[in-house]
Design a protein around this ligand. Structure first.
Ligand SMILES: C[S@@+](CC[C@H](N)C(=O)[O-])C[C@H]1O[C@@H](n2cnc3c(N)ncnc32)[C@H](O)[C@@H]1O
Length: 435
């Protein structure tokens, strides 16, 4: 086994013994993956089979884990990765493969994500016989996504995250049962190898590593979901930063999937892309991680909670107000952040608090920032009514988690994620309640 010292990135080829020792002691340095056989194999395979060359190399970073690092400076406008189209795994790749005949016969038709999930399971089973073995071999064997949390662990998540997770896991379970059921009667080789564990592994690979790639919709696949995902080997080693400024897409001239960065990187820095403007709830649910100080974190107020508040406070002209708000598209994405209620949410609560005389000049809400501020005390009462129970709930969950983590068999990585999600939500709720 390679020692930690051997694995360290050296900042200069000429560095002597003392320098190497210092680098070894520095926990903020990335650790080179040059001794990882699976990563060596994928690079050799991509170069030999596809002529793929790249200036980014895999490394393990202290805060983000395995990712890609540049050895040279990168300037804005540079191409980070240019992946030949033949290296993408799209639904067309699946339909053209030896299992295409099964996919084309499937009833009811598979969604694009199910299609890719089944393909990955099948190719993984083929092991070294699969042309994709070098890629599948370097994929993580487990994830920290909700499907990998025990039911006890899930019960400690903030309520609104738990509700969203329940929905996703229900969908995942349903998708598995559909595939298992169909394969039992029409594709027994798949049925024999298919387990729920294998299915969720494959599902999360597709969910957390796919790039946006618009395929021509095949008549063999369900149109319930758009066909716009593809696996992009090697490129999918890039981690997420909400600050990353990149452009990604297929270049029809070069026939490559390209990522261009508009950021500056120094040698030996981790290079990032952005998976989207996601808060930590979404990052956890879709990708199984969170980032500290995420500027996209929000707490979303549900429509049901708005209706409950209307009921509790016997809001006057309720139907008229809700119609008005709906008409102006103000009843969706009602959030609060570390800056308090969003303008949209504030507008909804001000409207609910209005008397008829206010409603008559309602449209001024768009032009005058401080208008209707005489309604703020009522708005605050409604906010406390809605948000305080969630904050109290989270404080209880946090207390119970501290006790349970000493006793129960909880995964420490999962516990850390749960604690962070609770803390983030508590900060937003506390800040909003104190405004
Ligand atoms: C497309 S992969 C990126 C490469 C991945 N780290 C690997 O080792 O293969 C996406 C996964 O990387 C991890 N990830 C991405 N960005 C991260 C970040 N900023 N911090 C921590 N983990 C991150 C999450 O586990 C996510 O599901």
């Amino acid at each position: 086994m390679a020692s930690a010292q051997q694995n360290c990135i050296k900042s200069s080829r000429r560095c002597g013994k003392t320098r190497r020792k210092r680098i070894y002691c520095d926990p903020s340095r990335p650790i080179s993956c040059s001794h990882d056989d699976s990563l060596k194999l994928i690079r050799i395979w991509m170069k030999k089979e596809f002529g793929f060359k790249n200036k980014l190399v895999p490394a393990v970073f202290p805060t983000t884990g395995r990712g890609l690092m540049t050895r040279k400076s990168i300037r804005p406008g540079e191409i980070l990765v240019s992946l030949p189209q033949r290296l993408l795994i799209t639904t067309q790749t699946v339909l053209d493969s030896d299992i295409g005949k099964h996919i084309k016969r499937w009833k009811p038709k598979l969604t694009p994500q199910q299609c890719l999930t089944v393909f990955l399971i099948w190719e993984k089973h083929k092991h070294t016989e699969s042309p994709w073995f070098p890629y599948i071999n370097m994929l993580p064997v487990t994830f920290t996504s909700p499907g990998y949390f025990s039911s006890t662990e899930l019960s400690f998540l903030p309520k609104c995250v738990r509700l969203k997770v329940d929905e996703v896991l229900e969908k995942l379970d349903c998708s598995y049962r559909e595939v298992k059921h169909y394969s039992k009667y029409h594709w027994t080789e798949l049925y024999d190898i298919l387990t729920y564990d294998l299915y969720i592994w494959s599902w999360y690979v597709i969910n957390s590593r796919s790039v946006y790639y618009q395929s021509n919709h095949s008549k063999y696949l369900s149109t319930d979901e758009p066909d716009n995902i593809a696996l992009a080997p090697y490129l999918d080693l890039l981690n997420h930063s909400s600050q990353a400024n990149v452009k990604a897409g297929y270049n029809a001239i070069t026939n490559c999937y390209e990522i261009i960065t508009y950021d500056v990187y120094k040698p030996y820095q981790e290079v990032f892309i952005s998976y989207g403007c996601h808060g930590n709830q979404k990052l956890f649910i879709e990708y199984g991680f969170y980032i500290p100080d995420n500027c996209n974190d929000v707490y979303e107020i549900s429509y049901d909670d708005i209706l409950n508040a209307c009921e509790h406070f016997s809001v006057k002209y309720k139907e008229k107000k809700l119609d008005l708000l709906k008409h102006h598209d103000l009843l969706k994405n009602l959030v609060c952040t570390m800056d308090g209620l969003s303008w949209k949410a504030m507008t909804v609560f001000k409207t609910l608090a209005m008397e008829w005389r206010h409603l008559e000049k309602w449209s001024q809400i768009y032009t005058e920032t401080d208008i209707f501020n005489d309604l703020l005390p009522i708005v605050n009462t409604m906010i406390v009514f809605i948000l305080q129970p969630y904050l109290d709930d989270n404080i209880q969950l946090m207390k119970q988690l501290q006790i349970q983590k000493q006793q129960a068999d909880l995964n420490p990585v999962h516990v850390e994620i749960i604690e962070q999600l609770l803390k983030i939500e508590n900060s937003i709720l506390t800040k909003t309640l104190s405004m």
